[in-house]
Design a binder for this molecule. Structure first.
Ligand code: HEM
Length: 208
């Protein structure tokens, strides 16, 4: 029997939907938060035996030309944020962090994003960016922990594209919807993770 992701909503900003999510092109499966109204989604996929691991595969996307953001620590402040938006047929993405409310600055650290090409595209229904999030589980309180059963993940979106959308460090306007959802790490586990991980390639050129 397949385990279904358990996802409980703790924010009230938009309607929250619990959903397993499979990327149509790559076939990678995620434990995900999907908002049918806005088109926003964020999901993670982890190794079958992920205890103590630091890496996962993430997917983030939406519809239209606005941005989708996620907080790996739940809230906005002093947490590791992922921010992405489409730019034509490309996706622009960055890590961000903010000590105060306002457009979060680009964050640098040991964490990395390595794109998975067959899960990264813009089509007539949505845009999606799939990547290996390397060392994205940190121990300094900025992200969830590998031992968390159901960490809170933050989401934030705005239907408007950033003004400087070709630049990964572009400043953005405040989200028009935000909140937190609980995402089951157990449901994110998949036996094919190690295969999917090998699809991540740094030399892909579609990330600005
Ligand atoms: C100019 C840009 C931004 C401003 C002014 C801003 C401001 C705020 C404020 C004031 C809140 C508290 C809730 C509220 O009063 O609305 C909040 C929550 C939040 N923001 Fe931002 N934000 C910005 C950009 C971002 C970005 C780019 C991300 C993600 C990549 C993000 C992620 C979040 C999350 C996850 C929450 C928490 C929601 C919750 O705890 O329920 N924010 N933000």
């Amino acid at each position: 029997m397949k385990l279904l992701p358990i996802l409980a909503a703790v924010g009230l900003a938009t309607a929250q939907t619990a959903a397993p999510y499979t990327d149509a092109k790559s076939g990678i499966t995620f434990s995900a938060y999907v908002d049918a109204t806005s088109g926003y989604f964020f999901g993670i996929s982890t190794p079958a035996n992920s205890t103590g691991g630091t890496d996962f595969i993430a997917t983030i996307g939406g519809k239209g030309t606005g941005y989708s953001g996620a907080s790996l620590g739940g809230g906005m402040l002093n947490k590791l944020l992922i921010l992405a938006w489409p730019n034509g047929q490309n996706i622009v993405s960055s890590f961000r962090k903010a000590a105060q409310y306002g457009s979060p600055a680009v964050a640098t650290g040991t964490f990395t994003q390595t794109p998975i090409a067959n899960g990264t595209y813009v089509n007539s229904t949505h845009w999606t960016y799939t990547f290996l999030c390397g060392k994205c589980i940190q121990t300094d309180g900025t992200t969830f922990k590998a031992t968390d059963a159901q960490p809170a993940i933050g989401f934030a979106l705005n239907a408007n594209a950033p003004a400087q959308k070709a630049s990964a460090s572009a400043s953005v306007s405040k989200h028009t919807a935000q909140g937190q959802v609980k995402l089951s790490l157990k449901a994110a586990q998949h036996k094919d993770f190690e295969v999917w991980r090998t699809w991540a390639k740094r030399e892909e050129t579609f990330i600005a």
